[in-house]
Structures are given as C-alpha cells and as structure tokens.
Design a protein. Structure first.
Length: 551
C-alpha cells in the first residue's frame, strides 16, 4: 500500500455564498491527471458458483466500538454473515451467521423502539404452495453482548397476517416524524392478495416508539395507478425541498411510461400523505432516469437530483441543483432546465457515494459508471458550490486493482468501517468475475494512513475530542513529516505551526480540514526536537506534541 493510492482528491470548494446558476453549464467528462484508484482495504471472494456478495450493507454498530459493522450474503451457502468493522481494516471472519433465503439485498436496522436498543433486519423468503410461490419476510434480530441474538425477536410476515405475497423494493429505517423511535418503511411495486395480483404500489409505514410492531402497517400510502407487470420500482425518503420535512420520491413504469412521483412532507406527514403532490413522465427530454441519485452535490444542505437521459449527442448526466433557486415543486426537469450537464455517451448515473473526500459533509460526490467488454469503471466526481466537478478525481475498476476484471459494484452501502471518521463503501457482486464466484470489497475514503505497515511507526496523539485524533509518521522524520487526522472530530484543524526548542517559529501552514492530511517538508531544518501545534478556525489549540527530525 503506498501513499500514491490514498484518496488525495483535489476538492476545490469555494466560499459558501454563490450566485444562482442562470444557464446550464455543458461540459465533457475528463480525468483529473492526479485522479487516484480507490484504496481497497477488505475483500472476500468465493469459488465457482458460490455467489458471494448477492447482497451486502451496513448493520450499525453491533459491538459498541463506534465503528460501523456490515453484512454480506453468501448465495450458495444461503446465509447472511456479519463482520465487525475495525482499524486499520475489518475482520474477514464473521461474528454471526444466519441461514436465510435472500428476501432483501440489503439489511435494515434502526432504533425502532427509541430506547437505544437497535434491531437488525434481514430478508427471508417464505415458500408456500409447495414451493411454487414465495413471500418475503423481514426477520429482526436484537443486538446483545456485541453480536446478534440467534433467534429473531420479531418477524414481519405479511402472508401470515393477511395472506399477502410481497417482494419489497425498498426497506429502510429512519426517523420520519421527529418523535421517539425510528420508523420502518417498506415500498412494494405490487403484491398478491390471496388469489388476486395488483401492481399498484404501496408504501407501508410502521410507527416507531415504545409501541413499535410489524404485524400491521401504521399507515399506507397507495399509489394512484398500477405499474407495468414486469417493471421495477424505486422509492426514496429525503428532504428534497429543504423545508426540514421528509418527502417521498418514487419512480415506476406505468402505462404512459416511467413516472417520477413526489409527496412533499409537512408537520403531519407521513401519516397524512394521500395522492402525489406532483407527477412527471420521464420522457427522453427529461433529465431524470429510473433510479435518480438524490444528495447535496452543491453544499447548501439541500438535496439535488442527478440523472442520465437524452439520446445520441444529448446523452449524458444532468444535474438539477438547489442553488439555482428552482424548487422541485415546480421546476420542469427538462434537459434544458439542468444546471450542469456532463455529455458523454458511455456513462450512466448509478449512485452517489457519499462524502469520501469531505469529512465536513458539505458536498457529496457523484458516482458515474460505465461498462465495456464486461469490465466496469466507476468514476467519482467531487462536489462543490457549483455542483460536481466535470473532471473526475477518483476511480475504481477491478482490473487495475490486481483482481480479475468484471463489476464489483452490484450492491453498495456507505459506512465508516475502519473507524477513522471517513466514509467508506462496501460493495459486492455475486456474478464476479464471470463464473459466479462472487466478491465483496470495501473501498476506503479519506487519506491513507499506513497503519497496515508496522515498520512505518505511525504515532497517534489526542486531538479535539478523540484520543486518537492525530496521526504522525514517520517517526523520527527524515525528509518529511506526514500529518493526518480523523474525519469526525468535533473541531477540525485549519492551521499548524512548528517551533524549535527555543520557541522560534520554523514552519507554518494553513490546513484543508476536509482533506484530512498535510505534510511538513523537513529538508531545511536541522536534526532535533520540535513542537508541532494544531489550531482550529478560532485559534484554539487542538493538539500540541513533540516531533523528532533525524537526518
């Protein structure tokens, strides 16, 4: 592992204030010459036909060490396996296994009772009619003694309750109403009710709190029209208009074509949602596709929408930014309405990856992906006050990472699994590398700290509110001293100074807190002991420690 493979993004963030974008900015996608291959810190693979990585995702902090843990589904073994996050990387030995047919490709977790006790849910498939049909269940396991209990403490089973056969398109736990306890939300493209099948989507809400239960939905939002029988369906819950109330965003294929439907939140939602507040048919002159990434790409704390659309010369990525001043309640989302346009026919928008290179979580990264000859290239574009850069700063492809070619990005989840305060991505693909061996990997965000190289001698020091907030190496320094810090400190460093033993200032530098690292070139100083001091924006000392330079 070398520092060249660290995620040293050139994140050029301007001041928070910015004039509204008046006209679309149309640009081709290019590569930053300093773009880096994302750093893979964890890998599990299978053999031919093992289908490792049929599903994956975070499961919260199970063992209470403040590092997020995660699960991977092993298809041939028909079981979920839970792994603990850890520093410098998670363990490859699972702490918990559960035989279950895969009813969901990602786990769901939350503090549904509101008492600090998390439940983790895994999908299962109930086989009925002698195996001729199936209905998804969600089995919830309580966290206990640093692991999950062996038996489910709660089972969401629509067939047992109402003879409904379901196959959820989205299951998520989130606090929607600001009251105690997370809500459980399940979106269905359609369901079979006894002997009849309906493809009219339903979104089920289970209210969180002391009375949380999964026998009967607390509230159901019914779509207004059926989807096509062979179509897919997506649903997201996000504060799209920035009014601090969650909104419901769905996309499905209907008789008239794909439609985007919006239910805007109020003080009483989701318990009062009925018909959509807005519907948009996604024709080729609309810049939103089937699964639009919705995140804050321009750093104003209001989500933006990205999509892929257009045909032939107009095909590309279209971004609709909240900084433009246009509201999702009435903007057209036509191609010419986009605020940023990246024209490149080989790319299509997949998902955002979170805040890999900005621990201050000001502007999310955009993820675009292309595939050629079975090999997938994932590219990441840094956010900024004018939206994502058109020049990508990081990329990943398995063929350049010592792995067999093919996609490793079938299912993804965002988490900090190595405990450095920077977001990482767990990603898996059951069909990799073409023989269905399957793979799951974790790609790390933030700066590379060589904790996996014992000979380097990384030293840790307290900083801000964390006992291991500051990292220094090598020890002693020869030609340079590398300095890095956690991404989740309560107060971030913005300036460092170095004094000699007499108190004379020998070096001073402004720091980019969101990048997480800096470097002091020691070529011009004599061997000896120096005092390194790190300050926050107000001038408060965050850390002060002695460092040794030895030529």
């Amino acid at each position: 592992m070398t520092t060249q493979r660290a995620i040293l993004f050139l994140l050029l963030l301007a001041a928070p204030s910015l004039l509204a974008i008046a006209q679309p900015v149309i640009e081709p996608i290019t590569q930053n010459p300093n773009a880096v291959l994302l750093r893979r810190i964890w890998t599990v693979t299978g053999s031919d036909g093992d289908y490792v990585g049929t599903g994956c995702g975070p499961v919260g902090d199970i063992n209470g060490d403040s590092i997020t843990d995660f699960a991977v589904y092993y298809g041939k073994s028909v079981e979920w396996r839970v792994f603990l996050g850890g520093s410098p990387a998670p363990t490859t030995e699972p702490i918990w296994k559960r035989k279950t047919d895969i009813g969901l490709t990602t786990p769901v977790y939350g503090d549904f009772y509101g008492n600090g006790s998390y439940l983790v849910g895994f999908g299962d498939m109930l086989r009925i009619n002698q195996g001729a049909a199936g209905s998804a269940q969600v089995r919830f396991f309580a966290v206990k003694n640093g692991s999950l209990e062996d038996s489910a403490s709660m089972i969401l089973d629509p067939y047992a309750q109402s003879k409904y056969l379901v196959g959820p398109n989205m299951v998520v736990g989130i606090n929607l109403d600001g009251q105690v306890g997370d809500e459980l939300i399940i979106a269905h493209r359609g369901l079979r009710k006894v002997d009849s099948v309906t493809y009219t989507p339903e979104i089920w809400f289970y209210r969180g709190g002391a009375g949380f239960q999964v026998d009967t939905p607390s509230y159901i939002v019914y779509d207004t029209e059926p989807t096509r029988s062979s179509s897919s369906y997506t649903a997201q819950v996000v504060d799209l208009d920035g009014d601090r109330h969650f909104d419901l965003v769905t996309v499905g294929q209907y008789a008239e074509g794909y439609k985007l439907k919006l239910w805007f939140g109020t003080e009483t939602s989701p318990w009062t949602w009925t018909i959509p507040d807005r519907e948009i048919t996604l024709t080729t002159d609309i810049g939103i596709n089937f699964r639009p990434p919705i995140m804050d790409f321009d750093g104003d704390q209001i989500p933006d929408i990205a999509g892929t659309s257009g045909i032939q010369s107009s095909r590309g990525a279209y971004l609709y930014l909240s900084r433009s001043g246009k509201s999702p309640r009435d903007r057209s989302f036509r191609l010419e309405d986009a605020d940023r346009i990246f024209l490149n026919q080989q790319y299509y928008v997949v998902k955002t990856t979170g805040y890999f290179n900005d621990s201050l979580r000001r502007a999310a990264m955009l993820r675009l992906q292309s595939s050629e000859h079975g090999n997938t290239l994932m590219t990441l574009f840094s956010g900024s006050p004018v939206g994502p850069n058109s020049t990508y700063d990081a990329f990943y492809t398995s063929s350049l990472d010592g792995l067999s070619g093919g996609s490793v990005e079938g299912v993804t989840g965002i988490l900090d699994c190595n405990g450095d305060g920077w977001e990482d991505m767990v990603s898996s693909a059951f069909d990799w590398p073409g023989n269905n061996s399957g793979i799951a990997v974790i790609l790390a965000g933030g700066p590379y700290i060589p904790l996996d190289q014992p000979t380097v001698g990384v030293r840790t020091e307290p900083m801000a509110d964390h006992q291991r907030g500051l990292y220094l190496w090598p020890n002693p320094a020869t030609t340079e001293l590398n300095i890095a810090w956690r991404g989740d400190l309560s107060s971030m460093p913005t300036r460092m100074a170095v004094h000699d033993v007499s108190g004379k200032l020998v070096a001073e530098s402004e720091l980019r807190p969101e990048l997480g690292s800096a470097r002091w070139a020691t070529d011009g100083v004599a061997s000896g002991r120096y005092l390194l001091t790190v300050y926050d924006r107000s001038g408060k000392v965050l850390a002060s420690t002695s460092v040794v330079v030895q030529k």
